[in-house]
Design a protein around this ligand. Structure first.
Ligand SMILES: [Zn+2]
Length: 277
């Protein structure tokens, strides 16, 4: 599975306060392993592809309240399309721990054509409101079934919310890992993860070319995409934590998954998500 990501920050005036929006895009692309099409770089390894800004279009935006989507709020949607959007939402809901589903205030249907982006989450703050965006074209295949990576991608997106929701933040914290959404609490999952696995990262790591580092250190990450940055590493590792059995090895990759087992709350999320996979 290859995933793509785009982070953008927009600043806008909203009721007198600045509203910061960060986009955490995740997508999947299929040409690397699944199809016979050539890989994008000459060595044949998988490369993270950034989706160019503005390439996606929004097909519908629905308000969500306590996990319920108001599908009648968008009037000009073709009935068949709307049925697909409802079908996707029904697939998404059981994967969510209820306390995170309650943070979703918008459900957006977007598309960048076939492949590329599959899903994203976007946080708006100071309120802890999240938008879940889904590319409907990639989610449901022509035969009506869901793409094999659909649920996994949703789990990855949920991991972003777990790591970046407001309860994980503390603007007064000292020396903790700081992301676009704010400064993490000392005990925040992602801060602990960062301190353990990223703060003393080998100096050969180059954030402009994480794929190069990955090539030389494949046993440090669950996937190439995980090497992108700590935020994506956490989300990818969480996905493998949910999908795989408990590791028995001791590579850094394994240690990252085992890190998740140290938190009973995360183990609980894993259990309920696995029932839905
Ligand atoms: Zn992501």
């Amino acid at each position: 599975m290859r995933q793509t990501k785009k982070i953008g920050i927009f600043i806008g005036a909203f009721l007198g306060v600045f509203l910061w929006i960060v986009l955490l895009w995740s997508g999947i692309a299929f040409l690397a392993q699944d199809n016979q099409e050539p890989a994008e770089n000459p060595t044949g390894t998988v490369v993270t592809r950034e989706v160019p800004e503005g390439e996606e279009s929004t097909l519908a935006t629905y308000e969500v309240e306590e996990g319920v989507v108001n599908f009648s709020s968008e009037e000009d949607i073709d009935a068949e399309e709307r049925e697909n959007y409802e079908k996707i939402w029904k697939e998404v809901v059981p994967l969510f721990p209820p306390e995170f589903l309650d943070k979703i205030t918008k459900y957006q249907i977007i598309t960048d054509g076939k492949d590329g982006l599959l899903a994203f989450v976007e946080k708006q703050w100071p309120a802890d409101n999240w938008t879940l965006g889904i590319d409907s074209t990639d989610s449901i295949q022509e035969d009506g079934s869901f793409h094999k990576d659909f649920k996994g991608t949703v789990v990855h997106e949920i991991a972003h919310i777990i790591a970046l929701e407001s309860g994980q933040m503390d603007s007064e914290a000292q020396g903790t890992y700081t992301v676009e959404e704010g400064r993490l609490k000392e005990e925040a999952y992602l801060n602990q993860y960062y301190q353990k696995f990223w703060s003393s990262m080998d100096s050969s790591y180059d954030e402009e070319h994480p794929e190069r580092y990955y090539r030389g250190h494949p046993d440090e990450f669950v996937s190439e995409y995980a090497a992108t940055n700590p935020v994506e590493d956490f989300a990818e590792t969480f996905l493998y934590f949910v999908e795989e059995d408990r590791p028995t090895g001791n590579t850094i990759r394994d240690q990252k998954i085992l890190f998740m087992y140290e938190y009973p709350q995360l183990v609980e999320y894993r259990k309920s998500m696995r029932e839905q996979l």
